[in-house]
Design a protein around this ligand. Structure first.
Ligand code: ZN
Ligand code: ZN
Length: 139
């Protein structure tokens, strides 16, 4: 168990959940896949380790991790992807022509969040946004 996994197990326990073997396997798969992983990718990896884990379990577990804030998700090119949440939020530019995905640092949205709060009294959850458009290759 890596340092991060220990931290994760502690956080899970704090919220009243146990780090079961299935949850452990799903977490490992997400870490190994790194970056965006579709449910199918996670399932394939976990299922190779333990055939007892079915798709519904993977789906429910990813949903739970998402609710607890351990993973972020996004709809990219028509499929939902998951990844381990960073300490700093990040976002993505998604090209609708070639499907290329570029990471975008959170600092671009600090002024926007500030504006929404000051002018609209709105505390925006700006986390893992995807912005669709056309990349510089396809333009
Ligand atoms: Zn493109
Ligand atoms: Zn991402």
């Amino acid at each position: 168990m890596s340092h991060d996994q220990q931290k994760f197990a502690d956080q899970l326990r704090d919220k009243g959940y146990r780090l079961t073997l299935q949850r452990q396997l799903i977490l490992d798969a997400l870490c190994e896949l790194g970056g965006h992983a579709a449910i199918g990718d996670v399932y394939d990896r976990v299922h190779a380790q333990s055939s007892a884990v079915d798709r519904a379990t993977v789906y429910r577990t990813l949903h739970l991790f998402h609710e607890l804030g351990f993973v972020v998700s996004a709809d990219i090119n028509g499929s939902t992807v998951y990844e381990i949440a960073d300490h700093q939020p990040h976002h993505h530019l998604v090209c609708r022509e070639c499907g290329h995905v570029t990471a975008l640092h959170d600092h671009h949205f600090v002024a926007l969040a500030e504006h929404l709060f000051q002018e609209h009294g709105f505390r925006a959850d700006i986390n893992h946004m995807t912005i669709d458009g056309v990349c510089h290759h396809c333009r």
